[in-house]
Design a protein around this ligand. Structure first.
Ligand SMILES: [Zn+2]
Length: 84
């Protein structure tokens, strides 16, 4: 990874696991800027996002379903009201 300040190459001074991430201390070989990066599995974040999107879709579909059921009840009542 390049230095965010001067874009020169950086080296890893230290790396340690932190939860599901690897924390890396990096130092720039040119300007000496020190910073930290975190490395984690994209698949984990993707599945978290997919799970959230799925829950949102289910929520939206449930609302649609209950709106359809309400509409159906209203129509059934109006059919009854017509003295079938
Ligand atoms: Zn630098």
């Amino acid at each position: 990874m390049d230095c965010p300040r001067c874009s020169a190459a950086t080296s890893v001074k230290d790396s340690r696991p932190s939860a599901n991430l690897i924390r890396r201390r990096r130092v720039c070989g040119s300007c000496g800027h020190r910073f930290t990066t975190y490395e984690g599995a994209e698949a984990d974040r993707l599945s978290t996002r997919t799970a959230r999107q799925t829950r949102e879709k289910i929520g939206a579909l449930s609302k649609t379903l209950s709106a359809i059921q309400d509409e159906l009840r209203i129509l059934q009542n109006s059919v009854k009201g017509l003295g079938e």
